[in-house]
Design a protein around this ligand. Structure first.
Ligand code: NAD
Length: 429
């Protein structure tokens, strides 16, 4: 290997080579066949409409210049501008981003938002970046995708490995390029820049709004229900806080450092203070340490995967003790595991419904950015609750009528809305 080879980034897989993309397409195909979808439409919806692949350099603190891969994919543009998060993770590739963009289309459609799905990302390990490196990488990535995004075109938001600060840098870079402040270009911004305080907690809050409705479907009470949460980032942390407020008991939490377990319930406020100081859950004095992979086996009624994709698979789906899986993460369950959970009568509230609270509050923030008009936090929470609970009721109804699981029902609803919109708009030219 030459010195040049050592410096070059590994070439990531393209669309067809990505297992995650194939899973997303297989899932869509299954539902399209069930719905008897017009093949002219299903052919179109299996593929992303626009994909941007970029490689770009950024400077490390020690002076080295590193080149990385960046992506932004728009699945369909039929319903309005596109919307979806940006992730910084070493796994990111075109197929992963395209799968997540497709997922976003169904999610936005089923809660009735005027967006198509999009997703973006940079293939980098965020924990290896200093604040300065993250800023330089973010600004260069924003320049690379500048012509692709915009308040009327495509609106990014935080996802794995990105946060409100990253959104602030994207907004600032974009605003410099267009010559005026453009708060509508991203959501999940800091409150000082037109973000909403509720966005930080929105995905967890949305999950919590659905928890009582899901428990009712399996005849379990809410009070003292035991919950295990995988991942303690934006989604996991907000979910743990919101379900605790409702009266449930979070008995186990994990992150990349490992897991913690306390059968009587973890003091979530104390855990927040601990992770504010120490970053990781590991070492938290109010609970026993467990390995990360033991989290699914902990005795509980509800499991909230809120970390990364494909963590529930054929190898561990039999070990899950929970009666309800509330999918906080995107695509945490493989299709094979989904079948196993169904056979075991475990109720799965699918990602495109369960974690839709994030994009819903993003939509509220975008509206406020376009109108330069601020809602109160209470107003935001109330509207979120109304949208989430209505979507759950509608999907439960479809599931009952069609005699299918919630994931299939949610996909049917999302795919039907996009299909109808496509037929109404017609084919150009
Ligand atoms: P984040 O980067 O803020 O947090 C991720 C957390 O998962 C961290 O605590 C990390 O340590 C942990 N983690 C990573 N790999 C793990 C593993 N193998 N086992 C246990 N823990 C692990 O990311 P986030 O924004 O909270 O996103 C989490 C998931 O939720 C992603 O799938 C994302 O696409 C999805 N999602 C996020 C939002 C949002 O608003 N941020 C909205 C909808 C869905």
């Amino acid at each position: 290997m030459t010195a040049l080879d050592q410096m070059a980034p590994e070439i990531p897989p393209l669309l067809g080579d990505s297992g995650m993309y194939r899973e997303a397409v297989n899932q869509f195909d299954r539902v399209a066949a069930y719905m008897g979808l017009d093949p002219n439409i299903s052919q179109r919806l299996r593929l992303p409409q626009r994909s941007l692949v970029t490689t770009f350099p950024f400077r490390r603190d020690d002076g080295r210049v590193e080149t990385v891969f960046g992506y932004r994919v728009k699945h369909v543009l039929t319903l309005g501008p596109t919307k979806g998060g940006i992730r910084y993770a070493p796994s990111v590739n075109l197929g992963e981003v395209a799968a997540l963009a497709m997922n976003m289309t169904w999610k936005c459609a089923l809660v009735g938002l005027p967006y198509g799905g999009a997703k973006g990302g940079v293939r980098v390990a965020p924990e290896t970046l200093s604040r300065g490196e993250t800023q330089r990488l973010t600004r260069r990535y924003t320049s690379e995708i500048f012509t692709f995004i915009g308040p009327q075109r495509d609106i990014p938001a935080p996802d794995l490995g990105t946060d409100a600060q990253v959104m602030a840098w994207i907004m600032d870079t974009y605003s410099h390029h267009v010559g005026h402040g453009a708060p509508g270009v991203v959501t999940g911004k800091p409150v000082e820049l037109g973000g909403t305080a509720v966005r930080q907690e929105s995905t967890g809050l949305g999950l919590a709004f659905l928890l009582p409705m899901a428990l009712e479907m399996v005849d379990l009470p809410l009070e003292n229900t035991r919950v295990a949460v995988q991942g303690y980032g934006q989604v996991g942390r907000s979910a743990a806080r919101a379900v605790t407020r409702l009266g449930a008991r979070v008995v186990a939490v994990s992150d990349l450092s490992g897991g913690i377990h306390c059968p009587d319930g973890i003091d979530i406020q104390a855990l927040e203070q601990w992770t504010d100081r120490n970053v990781w859950v590991k070492g938290f004095p109010g609970a026993d340490p467990i390995r990360g992979d033991q989290l699914f086996e902990v005795d509980c009624e509800v499991l909230i995967p809120a970390a990364i994709q494909e963590v529930i698979h054929a190898g561990n789906a039999h070990d899950i003790t929970a009666s309800v899986v509330l999918e906080g993460a995107n695509a945490p369950t493989t299709m094979e595991a989904d079948r196993i959970l169904r056979d075991r009568d475990i109720l799965v509230v699918p990602d495109i419904l369960a974690n839709a609270g994030g994009v819903t509050v993003s939509y509220f923030e975008w509206l406020q950015g376009l109108q330069y008009y601020i809602w109160t936090d209470d107003e935001t929470r109330q509207r979120l609750q109304q949208i989430m609970t209505t979507a759950f009721r509608e999907i439960k109804k479809v599931a009952g009528e069609e005699n299918v699981d919630l994931r299939t029902a949610a996909l049917i609803k999302g795919v039907a809305r996009v299909t109808n919109a496509k037929l109404l708009r017609g084919l150009f030219p």
